[in-house]
Every structure is written in C-alpha cells, then in structure tokens.
Design a protein around this ligand. Structure first.
Ligand SMILES: Cc1cc2nc3c(=O)[nH]c(=O)nc-3n(C[C@H](O)[C@H](O)[C@H](O)COP(=O)(O)O)c2cc1C
Length: 462
C-alpha cells in the first residue's frame, strides 16, 4: 500500500540526493522556508524533511517535494522523459477506492475542544502572509448533484485554533458545490488530508466531473483505502498522516490572504469563506506535508496535470502533437507544444487546440520536433530563427487568463487591472515549409568526439 512513507523509502533507495534530512531543530515560522530558499540560492531543489521541530516534539515536516521533475517522475514510477505519457495513462485508468474499518490516520483522534490547529506545526513562509497557511492539504467534499467526491488543494489560512479561511477560485468545482449549499443556507462538510504519497496529493489536480477519489486512485495506480470520518459524513484515506474535519459556514465571508502565489508574487487579500474545525486525527508520529508556496514546488504540484490536459486536447485535434512542456520558471503560464510538421498551418492549429484546455497559458509556443521543449535556449532560437512575427504571432484579445497576473484587466482595458482578462499570444515557431534552411555547422564528429580533454588541459580532479 502506497503512502508518504513508502515514497520516502523509494526516494532514499533510488535517488538519495533528492531528499535532505535536517536533524537540527528548526522553527516552522520562516526557518524551514528559509532553508528551502537557501538551497535555491545554491541552485539546489531537494525535498526537505525536518526531523526536529521547535515546539512540536512528535512531529516532522516535509516540504518542497515537487520541486524536481525527478521526484515527480518517481511518484508515478516513471522517468522524466516518459512521465507525461505515463501520467496520462494513469489518469485514464481510474481505480475506484476501497473501504476499510481503520487506518493509521486514526492513531490519535481529537474531537470537540481537543481538536486544535495549535498542535500542528503549520508553516509561515513569508512575512507578507498574515498567518500560517495549510497549503499541501487535499480538501475533500461531496458533490451531491453529481454523486461523487470532489478534491482539490485550496489554501486555508489559520484564524484560530478551530477556525480558518479557505479560498475557492470561481472556476473550481468546490466553488460551485459550496454555492449549492449556500443557496439552502446549509454548511458544507469537508475533510482535508495532509501527507500522503505525492501521487495522491497532486492527483487531486485532475479536473473532472467523475469521482475524484477514483481519479486519484488512477494516478496512484492502486485504489485509495478510505475510512469513515469522525464528525462528518465523509471518507478519507486511511493511511494519510493527518486529517482535519469540519464545515464551511454558509454565506459567511471574512478577510483572507494575501498568500504568496504560483506567480511568485504576493496574491490578493480576499473576502473568503470560513471553516469551523470539528476533529483532527493523525498518526502517532505524523509528518506534516507542506508546499513551499513562493516558488517551484507550488507550481509543480499542478504542472503535470495541466500539461496532460493540454496534451490531450491538442493531440485530439492535431495528431502530429508529440510533446508539451510548461516551464515552471514561468509559473505554468507558458505552454510549449512540439509537433511533427507535416503540412503548413499545423502550428497554429495546435496552438488553438491547446488553448481549449484550462485557461492558464498566456503565450502558447509551437515548435518543431527538432526542438527540445525543455531546452528554453533552443525554444528561443526557434522563435527568433523560424518566425515571421507579423504572420506567426497571433493575438487573442480579452481572453480569460487568471486574475493573479498583475497586468490582467477587468475587460474594460488598461488600467482596470482587477480582473483576469488579458491577451493570449500564439507563437508558431515551426519552420515555414517554403524556406530552405542551411545546415547547422560543427567540426567533424570523428574529430571532436575522440578528443580527450585531459590530454589538452590541466583540470582539477572532479
Ligand atoms: C499547491 C496548490 C495550491 C492551490 N491553491 C488553490 C487555492 O487556494 N484555491 C483554489 O481555488 N485553487 C487552488 N489550487 C488549484 C486547485 O486545487 C485546482 O484547480 C483543482 O483542480 C480544483 O479542483 P475542483 O475544480 O475539482 O474543485 C491550488 C493548486 C495547487 C497545486
């Protein structure tokens, strides 16, 4: 049975450099985030497991898990080159959950006044955020209208030991489900599980109207084992590290945020729904799973699901699509589509099809098979050498992108920047078929490949 611990064991066996264990005592306020930031300064992006948390003797904290492609690939038993296809296969092979009577997430059960967020080492990442946030929790609610479980990550801001704010963006199913409860003036029950196999965390990003526990089981490649909650009529993964149960109060809005966003900028302060916590259950020695929100870990928790969505939509329309990549450095607002150019116009058609996936990409760049979408220098070379910008840059004005992009407007044009409307640009950087390209130039291969540099230069031993 897969869980967070089986994943960590796999990493230590197959890719030990991907995980840093920190034995020194650390403070959940700023210090753990500061540690990740320091690694970033050194151009290192390990998962960080802190084993000694100041003020929380029984707890460990894990963060930055998705900050490397290798760790994401390991989560779906794949490798970096094949993980997109493997992920798509898994999403398409759903696994219905199984029901069990008990699980390690019930080692400790706290209800009523005993259930307190004060007992959990919630992280504060940046001083601009007004309180600690839960941001790696998979928030589960029931969608009565479609008779299915709905899941997603919706950050929760701690307000009190049993109270949080929670933010549901308008396009999410959770937003609509809450709306239906609010129309009846009734609370929406929820359970949030924290700390599970990463495939059972980022698997919640599958955007479907089918049962999302079954979709997560697909990404995990085995059924999730579910157990009853204590105080709400929901089921949660039995081998999670921690579960928080509660209700979202109907028609209550309070100030929430700002939160450091996937744009790598501080987000907006909003009027958001409020939750009331009714139970907390966890393992005897829980690992608190955090998403390092100011940088790549945050983006990468949603990157593969978004690439898969774009790949499917583009491929359904243009069978010559061969790859999709969203550089995390651009906060997954840029999509690079690779095609086998068999006829003229295919690049533009692929971009149009890709734009029918979720609204995030703003520039959509289409490149030939000879370009590696992951090699951004190569993509830039193609943009410069293969486009005739007056023909190959096409703009779609006033499309919905995302209201956290600072230049996005309300639709009334500049300078009304409080909305999500912006211009999308399709860049067809495939080679025009009517242009003859000179060859790339290199010294003879039999010469440079046979050179042993040590015979030419004195270099320190590596
Ligand atoms: C790390 C991370 C944090 C996220 N935070 C939020 C959030 O605070 N609010 C939100 O609406 N979506 C957030 N999302 C995106 C949703 O989880 C995602 O759109 C999900 O598929 C929505 O599911 P649903 O439409 O089934 O409700 C986040 C995604 C990630 C990866």
């Amino acid at each position: 049975m897969k869980d967070l611990r089986s994943y960590l064991a796999r990493l230590e066996e197959r890719a030990p450099n991907e995980l840093e264990r920190i034995e020194k005592e650390v403070d959940p306020e700023f210090e753990i985030a500061g540690l990740v930031r320091k690694f970033q300064e050194e151009d290192e992006y390990p998962a960080v497991l802190c084993e000694n948390i100041e003020g929380y003797p029984n707890w460990r904290v894990l963060t930055n898990v998705c900050a490397s492609d290798r760790r994401i690939a390991e989560a779906i038993d794949s490798n970096v080159d094949e993980m997109l296809e493997d992920y798509i296969d898994r999403v398409e092979n759903r696994n219905d959950p199984e029901y069990v009577d008990d699980g390690s997430v019930k080692d400790v059960v706290k209800t009523g006044d005993d259930a307190s967020l004060n007992d959990i080492p919630l992280l504060t990442h940046t001083p601009a955020e007004p309180a600690p946030f839960l941001d790696g929790e998979v928030f589960v609610c029931y969608d009565e209208e479609n008779d299915r479980y709905n899941t997603g990550i919706y950050r929760m801001m701690k307000k009190d030991k049993q109270k949080t704010g929670v933010f549901f963006a308008q396009g999410t199913h959770a937003y609509s489900i809450l709306g239906r409860h609010e129309a009846e003036d009734e609370p929406m029950e929820f359970a949030a599980y924290i700390g599970h196999h990463p495939a059972a965390v980022f698997g919640c990003q599958v955007h479907t109207i089918d049962d999302e526990y079954s979709a997560i089981g697909g990404v995990l490649d085995e059924p999730l084992q579910l157990v009853d909650c204590e105080t709400v009529d929901l089921k949660v993964p039995a081998n999670a590290e921690l579960v928080i149960e509660g209700r979202v109060l109907p028609n209550v809005r309070e100030r929430e945020g700002p939160f450091c966003e996937f744009t790598y900028l501080l987000g907006k302060e909003r009027e958001s729904p409020v939750t009331e916590i009714t139970a907390i259950t966890h393992r005897e020695d829980p690992i608190y799973y955090d998403v390092y929100n100011p940088y790549i870990d945050h983006v990468n928790h949603g990157k593969l699901p978004m690439e898969a969505d774009i790949y499917r939509k583009a491929k359904d329309a243009v069978s010559q699509v061969t790859d999709v990549y969203m550089p995390p450095e651009a906060s997954r607002t840029v999509a690079i589509i690779q095609v086998k150019k068999e006829y003229e116009g295919i690049g533009k058609q692929a971009a149009i099809a890709a734009a029918s996936a979720k609204y995030f990409p703003k520039p959509i760049v289409v490149v030939d098979e000879e370009q590696d979408p992951r090699d951004l220098a190569d993509v830039w070379w193609a943009i410069s050498m293969k486009t005739r910008p007056d023909r190959d840059f096409n703009f779609i004005k006033d499309a919905y992108v995302e209201d956290l992009i600072p230049v996005a407007t309300t639709g009334e044009g500049w300078p009304n920047t409080d909305g999500g409307v912006d211009t999308k640009v399709f860049i067809d950087a495939t080679k025009p078929l009517d242009v003859e390209y000179p060859p790339h130039c290199e010294p003879p291969e039999e010469v440079w490949k046979n050179i042993d540099l040590d015979e030419y230069v004195n270099r320190p031993a590596r």
